[in-house]
Ligand binder design. Structure first.
Ligand SMILES: NC(=O)c1ccc[n+]([C@@H]2O[C@H](COP(=O)([O-])OP(=O)(O)OC[C@H]3O[C@@H](n4cnc5c(N)ncnc54)[C@H](OP(=O)(O)O)[C@@H]3O)[C@@H](O)[C@H]2O)c1
Length: 282
């Protein structure tokens, strides 16, 4: 699922590299991202996670499913419906393993809509008795660099304002999440039934800023905006999340991810990679 997107795309590529046959689902098989997957060796199939019948056809004969939805694109209600649809289609297709791209702490008392939605989807998958592995990343390192996340406004301005510049953030690069997913598919017996909180590096925004300065040669650009205006543009999910994180101070560590993937990227390594990939961006 989500094969033309961030998580699904990284998982698809990782699985292809590992020799799996990959069926990549997309609403738009002619899109450049879908075409790139076809060139990489995936079987691209049209399906819409909002349309259960399209999923039934697309999942016929598969061994496993990587399930991920995006509430930012679809809205939270539709995210839950899509997650339920995927779960039901996976049950019907008798898949041997579902790896779910979840988020948050796994606790039900946070009040964060895009975390609660995932608990609802997980509950449905468990009620269907699916052979399930839950991946629980917190913050993608891509938040610091990818334009789609508006880092100058979001990560470097509103986030530290609400979270506190010194509060530790559990970071994971999407490619490391994908590597964990691929390991889970490859070692089904070891991973079915597990709920994996993922963090490769614990760094505050202040520390990340220092690392950015060191690696890139200057601090990250900031785009100041009042929080109320940010909420008008981006909604209240992220601001609720960051406020909750600051007050609840949940315990996090890097053990689970590093046990599965000892060489997962640190924030410094992530930024060094990005610099090497586009040295002109200074
Ligand atoms: N950002 C973070 O730091 C962070 C951290 C932890 C967890 N998360 C979670 O990550 C998830 C988002 O993952 P992502 O960034 O990989 O998403 P993404 O890049 O936006 O990809 C989502 C994909 O889903 C597909 N899609 C959307 N609506 C669809 C529908 N109705 N039917 C079928 N496919 C549909 C789209 O493919 P097509 O257009 O080709 O159909 C799109 O490529 C969210 O649930 C978020 O809560 C994010």
């Amino acid at each position: 699922m989500g094969a033309t997107g961030r998580q699904g795309g990284a998982v698809a590529r990782r699985l292809l590299d590992g020799g799996w046959r990959v069926r990549a689902l997309t609403r738009s098989p002619a899109s450049p991202a879908a075409q790139a997957l076809a060139v990489a060796g995936a079987e691209v199939v049209q399906a819409d996670m909002g349309d259960r019948a399209s999923l039934d056809g697309a999942l016929a004969g598969v061994h496993g499913v990587y399930s991920v939805q995006n509430p930012v694109i679809s809205g939270i209600e539709a995210e839950v419906q899509q997650g339920r649809n995927v779960a039901e289609a996976a049950r019907r297709a008798h898949v041997q393993h579902v790896v779910y791209g979840s988020a948050g702490t796994g606790a039900a008392d946070t009040g964060v809509g895009s975390w609660d939605s995932k608990l609802e989807i997980e509950a449905h998958m468990r009620a269907l008795d699916l052979p399930l592995t839950v991946l629980r990343p917190m913050a993608f390192m891509e938040l610091m660099t990818d334009k789609a996340f508006y880092p100058p406004l979001s990560t470097w301005h509103v986030m530290p304002k609400l979270l506190g510049g010194e509060t530790l953030v559990p970071w994971t690069a999407v490619e490391d999440l994908a590597a964990v997913a691929a390991t889970a598919f490859a070692e089904r017996e070891r991973f079915v039934g597990r709920d994996l909180p993922l963090a490769a590096d614990l760094r505050s925004i202040d520390e990340c800023r220092e690392i950015h300065r060191d690696v890139i040669g200057h601090g990250p650009r900031r785009f100041p905006m009042p929080v109320w205006m940010f909420e008008r543009v981006a909604g209240e999910d992220l601001t609720t999340m960051w406020r909750w994180w600051r007050s609840a101070k949940p315990e996090t560590d890097t053990r689970t991810l590093r046990e599965i993937r000892p060489d997962a990227l640190t924030v410094r390594q992530w930024l060094e990679r990005r610099k090497a990939a586009s040295p002109q961006r200074r």
